[in-house]
Design a protein around this ligand. Structure first.
Ligand code: CTP
Ligand code: MG
Length: 242
């Protein structure tokens, strides 16, 4: 069996219920633990759809997705939510304290572990400055924190769960380039044994990725490292220069 946390797509096709054309076709790749797999491509290419198939928000129409060699359908919901942390493109906070938001998926996390996660997510200052700190209240939908803070709290939440697989859907684009770089440097250690899949808008976010998948109209049109793609893929060159 592949290592726990390995994500494998085998010739996956997906169409939204009721839609005529598939949104994803013939998607095959392996995201290995200890590696970062990046997905890049223009808006509507199918990046979010691809990520959403992993925690089974939708099921593949054709083909198969496996985690650690086990087909998703055999894993069960509980194992999926225990092993995978997803930071969605529109991160969501519910009304309640910061601590309870961070413990969603990590009920047993100590305050110390929450602070560690916040530190990695570059959110220590922001939480320290709030009255009540971890016990300060987030309003419904997180409307009393900024978009960037919301994104970072959702990254901290993902970290607190200590999963084997991390999915980041465009989680760094609301951050300034400096914070983005700091956060990703801080992520290296806690995610070093996990399979990390990052959807990115900015090429600078993914130049270090072990493999980059270039998605175009629901198909992987090129794959490789940043250097390889600069040589081989016109679509990638266009993304880099746009
Ligand atoms: N789509 C759909 N029904 C949904 C979500 C998406 O029909 N519930 C369609 C979109 O209209 C789009 C395609 O599926 O044509 C891919 O959408 P998505 O995966 O969200 O694309 P992304 O690559 O994530 O686009 P973005 O960069 O804008 O996030
Ligand atoms: Mg998207």
């Amino acid at each position: 069996l592949p290592e726990p946390g390995t994500v494998e797509f085998k010739d996956v096709t997906f169409g939204y219920p009721g839609a005529e054309a598939p949104v994803l076709s013939g998607i095959s790749f392996t995201a290995k633990p200890g590696q970062t797999t990046a997905i890049i491509g223009s808006t509507g290419a199918g990046k979010t759809t691809l990520l959403n198939l992993i925690p089974r928000l939708y099921d593949a129409t054709e083909g198969e997705i496996l985690i650690g060699g086990v087909p998703l359908k055999e894993l069960g919901r509980e194992a999926i939510s225990r092993n995978i942390s997803a930071v969605p493109q529109r991160p969501y906070l519910f009304s309640g304290t910061i601590a309870s938001n961070l413990r969603f998926g990590a009920q047993d996390a100590s305050d110390e572990e929450l602070w560690e996660a916040l530190d990695i997510a570059q959110s220590t200052d922001f939480v320290t400055e709030r009255e009540g700190q971890l016990e300060s209240t987030i309003s419904q939908g997180g409307t009393n924190v900024s978009g960037g803070q919301r994104q970072r709290l959702c990254i901290a939440r993902a970290l607190a769960a200590k999963p084997m697989t991390y999915l980041f859907d465009d989680s760094f684009s609301a951050l300034d380039v400096n914070t983005d770089a700091k956060l990703r440097a801080a992520l290296a250690e806690p995610t070093k044994d996990a399979a990390v899949i990052i959807v990115a808008q900015r090429v600078s976010t993914i130049t270090e990725a072990d493999q980059i998948l270039v998605l175009d109209h629901g198909e992987i049109v090129a794959r490789g490292t940043h250097e390889e793609l600069l040589e081989s893929s016109e679509t990638y060159q266009e993304i880099v220069t746009s």
